[in-house]
Design a protein around this ligand. Structure first.
Ligand code: GAP
Length: 562
């Protein structure tokens, strides 16, 4: 608090502006002179007023700046997901019913996982969005659903029985077991710290036919791709496809991994979403390459031990770092798919395979990699397979798989210029890591999944007790369930109900209150901002549909209120 003091020195009066301040550490009040006000009382009062007004306004500005800085800090902090380890994510997934160890009551089985109610919904939504983007919305692509066990000759032709080989290595000191590719084995053979345990084919085998003497040895498919090649000609003709065109498949694959690890990252049973994209040799990509910028890690950079460079995919093509337009197109398209569903492309990079790393079927492969808590790892492989597979299947089956080319009037064997191949579980991990926020203010996890991916699209809560309110809530639930997965939650405090849904990633909570009966309206609360809007029950389905598709801003979808 400020005040004026008069000091008499000899016969003269001097006026000062003083201020009392409490020292927080000691609790004592200390007086400080702020300004000299002159010798005249009236002038001193005027001057003091001016000084105090200036001081208040500058303190207010300082306060405002401080508050703005604080708000910005929260925003910046909130813009990044909370960093958690893969073990913490696995624990969260188990607690909320996303994923459990398979056969857990018997101790589980390494490399196998069961998806719980929320995990199943999320996984289905990922697959649904993938299919929509890559198949339904494309003129040039169709999909198939092949068998898990097929004629073993398929795997002979593809080279899997002979060339699909992992080498098991053990660290003698830590006893850690891991797999390396065949080309890497030499490095470990010459290092006394490691023991190379031998070569293994990771294909699971089984027998087909219950009578042992008549049965044949078969394999659980290690990739979905081969069924696309084996069916290529029939699908091409049935669907009246024209090159360039894609054939897609989503389904289970199995690999008897030497060391399954990092939760879902490397498992023995997993799902793949794959496209074989066929062209006539030399065909140019007619599509616009999406404008995506990403860290690019070429084989040359890796050989020279230099860092990846951030650049536009299109520039990487122009500079011939990416050699083919089709590769640039598919890399950018895949990044776009992830980004549109809320993944943060800052956590992505593309890495070219080094020569000795290429699979037996590929001449050039780029991986889309993600910065997992355990380092940069492959998320999706995009290989140029040439006509390796169709040539092999022609050779082993003895069937002509060529198609008629209208342009040259010749029969040709198409090439797979790109094979975008993504594991569903790895995409699942990316979306979980990129949407996991621990909200300090709410003191609970906020799973900011894109509404299209959210397992539950909306939760409905009556917040006033009574039959009338429950009845109207049930009617709202029934109306919404025609289109979406809706949770009806009438127990617990409203805060608990919001928190439960934040953790499940439910984007919208709908409350029915005392005014809903009269006004025939409800409140929608946005998960990420906690903003609330009031909307008519008759318009709810239409509004929710637009909110899920992000066709409308939340604030514009109804009457905003606090
Ligand atoms: N048809 C090509 C192919 O299968 P891949 O690089 O062996 O290529 C493609 O696998 C994708 O399948 C990987 O990028 C990854 O997302 C997923 N994947 C492969 N092995 C996996 C495993 N053991 N566990 C989980 N996902 C796996």
């Amino acid at each position: 608090m400020a005040f004026i003091v008069k000091k008499k020195i000899h016969d003269n009066e001097y006026y000062y502006l003083n201020e009392n301040k409490r020292i927080p550490e000691t609790g004592k009040v200390k007086t400080k002179t702020i300004a000299y006000l002159g010798k005249n009382r009236k002038d001193a009062e005027k001057k003091a007023k001016e000084i105090l007004e200036k001081k208040i306004s500058s303190e207010n500005t300082k306060k405002e700046i401080k508050e703005e800085k604080k708000a910005n800090a929260v925003e910046i902090q909130d813009a990044q997901p909370t960093k958690i380890s893969i073990e913490e994510l696995a624990a969260f997934c188990k607690r909320k019913g996303f994923v459990y160890q398979s056969g857990e009551i018997y101790g589980g089985l390494s490399g196998f996982w069961d998806f719980g109610p929320l995990g199943t919904e999320l996984k289905n939504n990922i697959k649904k969005q993938w299919w929509k983007f890559h198949v339904s919305q494309r003129e040039d692509t169709v999909g198939i659903d092949g068998a898990i066990i097929t004629n073993p000759k398929v795997w002979e032709a593809s080279g899997h029985t002979e060339s699909f080989i992992d080498v098991a290595v053990v660290n003698k000191k830590t006893k850690e077991k891991f797999k390396v590719d065949k080309f890497e084995a030499e490095k470990y053979k010459n290092n006394p710290q490691f023991e190379v345990k031998g070569e293994f084919n990771p294909m699971f085998t089984t027998t087909v036919g219950p009578i042992v003497s008549d049965s044949i040895k078969a394999y659980l498919r290690p990739e979905t791709a081969q069924l696309i090649f084996a069916n290529f000609k029939t699908v091409y003709e049935n669907s009246r496809l024209k090159l360039p065109c894609g054939i897609a498949q989503v389904g289970k694959s199995f690999r008897n991994e030497i060391a399954p690890r990092d939760f879902l990252f490397r498992s023995r049973e997993f799902e793949q979403m794959e496209i074989e994209y066929f062209i006539k040799k030399g065909m140019k990509c007619p599509y616009k390459i999406p404008d995506e910028e990403i860290l690019v890690f070429s084989a040359e950079s890796q050989e020279k031990n230099t860092e990846p460079i951030k650049m536009k995919i299109l520039d990487a093509l122009k500079k011939e770092i990416i050699k083919k337009d089709w590769h640039a197109y598919w890399l950018a398209t895949e990044i776009k798919w992830f980004k549109e569903l809320g993944a943060n492309s800052e956590n992505f990079r593309i890495r070219q395979h080094m020569k000795n790393e290429l699979s037996h079927y590929s001449t050039d492969t780029w991986d889309l990699e993600f910065n997992f808590p355990f380092g940069w790892r492959e998320l999706e492989g995009i290989a140029d397979r040439g006509n390796f597979d169709l040539t092999q299947h022609e050779k082993i089956s003895g069937k002509d798989l060529k198609i008629f080319d209208e342009e040259s009037k010749e029969r040709i064997l198409p090439e797979v210029i790109c094979e975008p191949s993504l594991g569903v579980e790895r995409a699942f991990l990316v979306f979980m890591f990129d949407s996991y926020f621990f909200d300090k203010e709410r003191q609970n996890v906020l799973l900011k999944l894109h509404p299209k991916l959210s397992p539950i699209k909306a939760a409905v809560f009556p917040i006033v007790k009574g039959d009338k309110f429950e009845k109207i809530s049930e009617e709202v639930v029934e109306q919404l369930r025609k289109n979406w997965n809706i949770l009806y939650d009438k127990s617990g405090s409203i805060g608990r109900r919001y928190a439960r849904n934040d953790e499940m990633g439910t984007p919208f909570c709908i409350t029915i209150d005392g005014d809903s009966l009269k006004g025939k309206d409800v409140t929608i609360r946005d998960r990420d901002t906690k903003k609330q809007i009031r909307v008519k029950i008759s318009e709810l389905n239409d509004i929710l549909s637009k909110l899920i598709e992000k066709e409308i801003k939340f604030e514009k979808a109804g009457k905003l209120f606090s």
